[in-house]
Design a protein around this ligand. Structure first.
Ligand SMILES: O=C(O)CCC(=O)C(=O)O
Length: 276
């Protein structure tokens, strides 16, 4: 698939990994899932340096590489360790030439020890927008808006990874105000650099201050949705998408499922089929 990649040395040739029964159990139970040690050292190093350069001065990078879902970081978008899971929780629509889900937003978190990080826990519950709503029916997960966090430096427990109120993607009662991000009900993770965390945007979650003095947090947080729903406006120049390999471009196609006038399903990217 990667013949047209501009970063062939970073693309992963491993087969797509299907979501395991254990991963389904954990994601359904908690609303988030850690898959440790996905990237190799060379991938971590080049992508981390790119993200730091983006942060320092994006104008030093080629025009099509000034986004956290472009340049070498684009290999994260459809890494084979995540596409099987996203297909399971957002898709069931993939074809050999297109993914069964879309990417609609990306941001980075670069945090140093001691840097303030004010945020309140947010999200949570199935009474929010249906776009965020988590469901599991007849053995299938319908995750709604889903965030995929790539940690490009090691994360030590309690030192600044994203925190989650596990299970709150299915909560039914209002969360008391004092149950906020430092409450013992919140959980987090520890992981080596190159690990990935999936979470339903329906879960109560928050960023927290980074307190590990040995290195900053360097993370890329990409957001995915179904092919027929959109929450974020993408605001990505078409040239950035067109600089990607063909199947990767389908992550940025227009938001619809079927065109009955022309009798085609939404399985392709084209200049007049891209999301806004
Ligand atoms: O910054 C983080 O660790 C959490 C990100 C977050 O809050 C979000 O995706 O809404």
């Amino acid at each position: 698939m990667n013949g047209a990649s501009r970063f062939p040395h970073l693309e992963s040739d491993s087969p797509i990994e299907a979501m395991t029964d254990e991963q389904k159990f954990v994601f359904d139970l908690k609303g988030w899932l850690l898959v440790p040690s996905v990237l190799n050292a060379a991938q971590v190093e080049e992508i981390r340096e790119f993200i730091l350069q983006l942060h320092r001065d994006r104008t030093t990078l080629p025009d099509v590489d000034r986004y956290s879902l472009s340049g070498p970081a684009q290999i994260l978008l459809d890494h084979p360790a995540i596409t099987g899971i996203l297909e399971e929780i957002l898709g069931h629509n993939g074809t050999p030439d297109s993914y069964g889900f879309r990417c609609e937003n990306s941001f980075t978190a670069i945090r140093h020890a001691g840097q303030p990080m004010e945020q309140k826990a947010h999200g949570g519950g199935n009474n929010v927008s249906p776009l965020f709503s988590y469901q599991c029916k007849n053995g299938s997960i319908y995750s709604g808006l889903t965030r995929v966090v790539w940690e490009l430096n090691p994360v030590r427990r309690g030192m600044g990874g994203t925190v989650f109120l596990s299970g709150s993607h299915k909560m039914n009662f209002p969360r008391p105000d004092h149950i906020d991000r430092f409450h013992p009900l919140f959980e987090s993770y520890e992981c080596p650099a190159g690990s990935v965390v999936f979470f339903s945007e329906a879960i109560v979650h928050s960023g927290v201050p980074w307190i590990d003095p040995s290195h900053p947090r360097v993370a890329v947080l990409n957001c995915y949705s179904r092919i027929d729903t959109q929450f974020h406006r993408l605001n990505l120049p078409r040239e950035v998408i067109e600089a990607m390999p063909p199947r990767r471009r389908t992550l940025f196609r227009g938001v619809w499922a079927h065109d009955f006038q022309h009798n085609v399903a939404n399985t392709f990217f084209s200049p007049d089929n891209l999301s806004l």
